[in-house]
Design a protein around this ligand. Structure first.
Ligand SMILES: [Zn+2]
Ligand SMILES: [Zn+2]
Length: 371
C-alpha cells in the first residue's frame, strides 16, 4: 500500500506494469510506463520470457523431475526497489528477485510439466540478468555398486611418478598415472552414462594393487557430480588391456549416505615363512583364530580391536596359503607379519611369516547404508 498518499504526479516514480503490481497498492499510485523507462527494473521484467526460453533450451538435455530457479540481478535493481519502498513507506511483500525467479519458474513448469522443489531440486537454474546467461547445475547422483578386479590394478588412481601430481607431458597434464585403476575405470564408465566429468568415490575398505577381488566384489559409493543423466545400469564392465573392472549390484541411492556399514571380508593369503611349519602348528591357527579379538596398534591413531572370525592354513615347504575371515580395517599384511597386530599369524605359528599377496574372496556388509 502507498501509505504516504502522495499522488503519482507528486512523487514522480514511474514503474512498469509488473513492478507496479509488485508494490501492492491501488491503480494510479504510479504512472505506469513501458519496461525500458521503469525506475526499478529498466526493462528487466520484460526479459523474463526470453530468459525462460533460454533456460528451457539449457535444461533440455538433463534427466530431472524437479528444479529451482535463482536469479542474479544487475547492480542497482534491488537497491532502487529498496529506495522506492523506503521513500514511499511501501510494504511490498515480494522482491523483484523473488518475482523474477518465480516468473521464470512458472513459464518453465508450464512448458515441461516439471515441478519446483526449493529444498532438493534435481536441477538448479541460475538466470543471470546481468550477463544475459542461464547456468544449470544438477544435484549429484549417488551410485552404489560392487566391483571386482584383476591383479595389477590399483583401487585408486596413482599420482604421476614423473611429476608427483603437478602435471607433465607423461601424464598429459592430468597429474595421474595413465595405467588403469578401479577409480579411473569406474570414473570413465559412470561419466559416460551420466555425462559427468567428476566422480568422487568412497570405498568399503581397500586391497593391494596385486590383489584380485572376486565376486560379489567390494562395495563402493560414487558421488557423480553434475550429472546430465541420472540412470545407471545394474551391472557393467570397464574393459582394458589386461582385464576388466566389473560392477554388479548397482543401484542409484536416494541421497548421500551419512554412514557406511561396517564389514568383514574373506581373504586368501599367500605367504612365506622363515622356517618350515608343521601340520600341528597349522592346526593351532585354526584353533586360535576362532572369532577372537586381536589388538591393532594403529599408526598415528588410537589402538583398536578387530575380530578374526576364522583362519585356516596349509603349507608346502615354506609357502603357506591361509584362508581367513577378518573385520574390515584389519590390515592383512600386518595380521600375517605381526607388525602392530597381536595375536598374529606369525605369533601363532611361532615363525616369521610374510604376506606376499592376498586376494579378496568376499566382502560382507554388516548392516545397511544410512541416509
Ligand atoms: Zn519494472
Ligand atoms: Zn605427470
Amino acid at each position: 500500500m502507498v501509505t504516504s498518499s502522495l499522488p503519482a504526479a507528486v512523487h514522480g516514480y514511474k514503474l512498469c506494469q509488473q513492478c507496479t503490481v509488485r508494490q501492492g497498492g491501488e491503480p494510479g499510485d504510479f504512472e505506469v510506463v513501458s519496461g525500458d523507462s521503469c525506475f526499478v527494473c529498466r526493462g528487466l521484467m520484460d526479459r523474463v520470457p526470453s530468459m525462460a526460453k533460454e533456460a528451457l533450451r539449457r535444461v533440455r538435455r538433463y534427466d530431472y523431475s524437479t528444479f529451482s530457479v535463482g536469479v542474479s540481478l544487475p547492480e542497482g535493481v534491488q537497491e532502487r526497489e529498496d529506495e522506492l519502498r523506503s521513500e514511499l513507506k511501501l510494504k511490498g511483500s515480494e522482491t523483484i528477485r523473488t518475482q523474477a525467479a518465480k516468473a521464470v519458474a512458472v513459464l518453465m513448469s508450464a512448458a515441461t510439466r516439471k515441478h519446483v522443489d526449493k529444498l532438493k531440486p534435481d536441477l538448479t537454474v541460475l538466470v543471470d540478468f546481468t550477463a544475459d546467461e542461464v547456468h544449470v547445475s544438477s544435484r549429484p547422483a549417488f551410485f552404489y555398486g560392487r566391483y571386482t578386479k584383476p591383479p595389477g590394478v590399483s583401487q585408486r588412481r596413482e599420482l604421476c611418478h614423473h611429476c608427483s601430481g603437478s602435471g607433465c607431458s607423461k601424464c598429459r597434464n592430468t597429474g595421474f598415472e595413465r595405467r588403469p585403476s578401479v577409480e579411473s575405470e569406474l570414473q570413465r564408465k559412470l561419466g559416460s552414462y551420466s555425462g559427468s566429468e567428476k566422480v568422487v568415490f568412497t570405498w568399503l575398505g581397500s586391497e593391494d594393487r596385486e590383489s584380485r577381488v572376486y565376486p560379489p566384489g567390494r562395495p563402493f559409493v560414487a558421488e557423480v557430480k553434475n550429472p546430465v543423466k541420472r540412470r545407471f545400469p545394474r551391472r557393467f564392465a570397464a574393459r582394458f588391456r589386461g582385464g576388466q573392472v566389473a560392477v554388479s549390484s548397482g543401484r542409484t541411492l536416494p541421497s548421500k549416505p551419512v554412514g557406511l556399514p561396517k564389514f568383514r571380508f574373506r581373504t586368501k593369503i599367500y605367504g612365506v615363512s622363515s622356517s618350515k611349519v608343521d601340520g600341528g602348528r597349522l592346526d593351532e591357527l585354526k584353533k586360535r583364530f576362532r572369532k577372537i579379538s586381536v589388538d591393532f596398534d594403529r599408526p598415528h591413531d588410537r589402538s583398536t580391536t578387530k575380530t578374526v572370525y576364522r583362519a585356516t592354513g596349509r603349507a608346502a615347504g615354506r609357502r603357506i596359503v591361509i584362508d581367513a575371515e577378518l573385520d574390515g580395517g584389519l590390515p592383512v599384511k600386518r595380521f600375517v607379519s605381526g607388525e602392530l597386530v597381536s595375536p598374529s599369524v606369525s605369533e601363532v605359528l611361532g615363525t616369521q611369516v610374510f604376506c606376499r599377496s592376498f586376494d579378496i574372496l568376499g566382502v560382507t556388509q554388516l548392516g545397511e547404508l544410512r541416509f
